[in-house]
Ligand binder design. Structure first.
Ligand SMILES: Cc1cc2nc3c(=O)[nH]c(=O)nc-3n(C[C@H](O)[C@H](O)[C@H](O)COP(=O)(O)OP(=O)(O)OC[C@H]3O[C@@H](n4cnc5c(N)ncnc54)[C@H](O)[C@@H]3O)c2cc1C
Length: 381
């Protein structure tokens, strides 16, 4: 048997992309996933050019693009439908060399899995702790079993138990708004653009996924874990957003309660350490962000590519993990902090403040958003 070079904990976007990236560098990996099968949880997701460039580097761009849908434009609107800010997807694609895609999460998972040759994937294995023993790391699982690894890549999401063990002070924080989402088959004219509507009753996002599929999300300021909102039905959401421009009320009306996903929006308070000797944190386990910039998964995919590149050039794993940390801390902190701040602005539901914000955004020069996009999309791997 070939010895395993790297053991990955978590089969989400970060774990799968890392398995593919390491495979491409000739490493043997094994992956342990808590769920009974490798399956995406959630609705749709948008993948910005930086994610597509990273996927290109690991040979996954075509597989993802085949299941995804190119977004020709991304607009911010006010509740009456007036455009407050426009982003031209085609121009961005020309400028940065990759398009902005939307994809069903299940499609992204399938695309990544399809690129794995003979993957050693073990499901139903929830890691609960790890200890360093000599040159090895021993992982403890909830089922009572243990597994010896040479090096551990922790890709087990925002609630990573081993991160909590390594950094007992690491905490999640509630962003102050709660979120519903769904993917539906929409019987009506499908908008070409992706849009986010900012109004006094909260935010509503519409993302076409191709064909008649639409991914939508709604965010509303609320106390944390609030029972009233937790139990919201489609009918409640319709009543809440019915004054918003078309097709928002129609989209909500065509959603089944069974397809509604709800969760409070949280992130991980930025941490300053990703590397711990033979262990490294990646993806949401290291830098979970609020979804306001649509960059959480994009950064997880970047992590995978950067980590594999560094490991491919460095035989000392602990030193390579350190180098990864140095390479990724600043950029991922930028995303987490900026996204947090953007959420505060976008979620302002006070009518006067909201009107002022919308007016200001309408007056902002295009160079304002261009600068942010440049930081995110102008990247070489
Ligand atoms: C509402 C919302 C919308 C978003 N929209 C976007 C978007 O449009 N674009 C974008 O780029 N990002 C978006 N994100 C962020 C994105 O979903 C995450 O950043 C991304 O899923 C992180 O991937 P991950 O693999 O690091 O973590 P996860 O997706 O959390 O995957 C972790 C995996 O590890 C497994 N696991 C958990 N614990 C254990 C354990 N103890 N042992 C073993 N396995 C374990 C889980 O079952 C899961 O499979 C959004 C997030 C939210 C909440």
């Amino acid at each position: 048997m070939t010895p395993t070079d790297f053991t990955i904990i978590g089969g989400g976007i970060a774990g799968l992309a890392t398995a593919v990236a390491l495979q491409q560098k000739g490493f043997n990996t094994e992956l342990f996933e808590a769920a009974p099968e490798i399956r995406a949880v959630g609705a749709g997701i948008s993948l910005a050019p930086n994610a597509l460039l990273a996927l290109r580097k690991i040979g996954c761009e075509t597989a993802v693009a085949e299941k995804g849908h190119i977004l020709p434009a991304m607009n911010i609107r006010s509740s009456n439908g007036a455009v407050i800010m426009q982003t031209n997807g085609q121009r961005i694609a020309r400028k940065y060399g990759a398009a902005h895609y939307a994809i069903h999460r299940a499609g992204l998972h399938e695309a990544l899995l399809s690129q794995l040759r003979s993957p050693a994937v073990f499901t139903g294995k929830r890691a609960i702790g790890a200890r360093v023993e000599g040159a090895a790391v021993v992982v403890q699982f909830q089922d009572g079993s243990e597994h010896e690894a040479r090096a551990l890549i922790l890709a087990d999401g925002i609630h990573s138990p081993i991160r909590r063990q390594l950094l007992p002070g690491s905490t999640t924080r509630y962003a102050g708004y709660t979120c519903w989402r769904a993917v539906i088959q929409y019987d009506g004219p499908i908008p070409e653009e992706a849009s986010e509507t900012w109004g006094p009753r909260g935010r509503f996002g519409i993302v076409p996924l191709g064909g008649n599929l639409i991914y939508w999300f709604a965010c509303k300021s609320a106390p944390e874990n609030d029972t009233h909102y937790k139990n919201f039905t489609v009918e409640d959401l319709y009543a809440h957003f019915q004054s918003y421009h078309s097709p928002i009320p129609e989209i909500i009306r065509q959603t089944a309660d069974a397809d509604l996903l709800w969760n409070d929006i949280i992130d991980l308070n930025p941490i300053n350490q990703y590397a711990f000797g033979p262990m490294v944190l990646i993806g949401d386990a290291a830098h979970a962000t609020t979804p306001n910039m649509g960059q959480g998964a994009c950064q997880a995919i970047e992590d995978a590519v950067v980590l594999a590149e560094i490991l491919g050039n460095n035989k000392d794993t602990a030193a390579a993990f350190q180098q990864f940390e140095q390479n990724r801390l600043k950029r991922t902190h930028y995303v987490v902090n900026r996204s947090w701040a953007m959420g505060k602005v976008a979620q302002a539901e006070h009518p006067l403040l909201g009107a002022l914000r919308n007016t200001l955004f309408r007056l902002l020069p295009a160079s304002f958003s261009e600068k942010q996009l440049k930081v995110l999309y102008e990247i070489e791997f």
